[in-house]
Ligand binder design. Structure first.
Ligand code: 5GP
Ligand code: ZN
Length: 113
């Protein structure tokens, strides 16, 4: 996707602080952290949001959840963490590329960090 912010980050056209990368996923620090640790994990292939997950592309979601524990461990989140994905306007989604927030490093309230 030419003009997608996270596609540009994945392509390296916009700088980011990489936390984890493999052939299918990229994880980087959120530019406006809402917790001491705030990492975004995204599929390298463009998927707009949770509503665009299908039987054909859902394998990447499973893969992301397979790598999240390792990212959390590397970030020192042994006391727990939250995984959040905002979908659509009512959820406050601002970037239309599927992403999972990993939040932790302090006791989190029930609001989005
Ligand atoms: P959403 O609101 O769509 O669930 O999450 C989008 C997230 O992307 C926000 O937490 C926001 O701070 C983050 N973000 C927006 N632009 C950039 C950017 O250029 N670089 C990084 N690292 N994060 C960004
Ligand atoms: Zn994208």
């Amino acid at each position: 996707m030419e003009n997608c912010l996270f596609c540009k980050i994945i392509r390296g056209e916009i700088p980011s602080t990489r936390v984890y990368e493999d052939d299918k996923t990229y994880a980087f620090r959120d530019i406006a952290p809402m917790a001491p640790t705030h990492v975004l994990v995204v599929p390298k292939a463009h998927i707009a949001d949770c509503s665009a997950v299908t039987p054909e592309n859902s394998g990447i979601v499973a893969h992301i959840f397979e790598v999240i524990p390792g990212i959390a461990k590397a970030e020192g989140l042994e006391n727990g963490y939250r995984v959040v994905s905002n979908c659509g306007p009512d959820a406050g989604q601002t970037v239309q590329h599927l992403h999972f927030h990993i939040l932790g490093g302090k006791p989190l309230t029930l609001e989005m960090a």
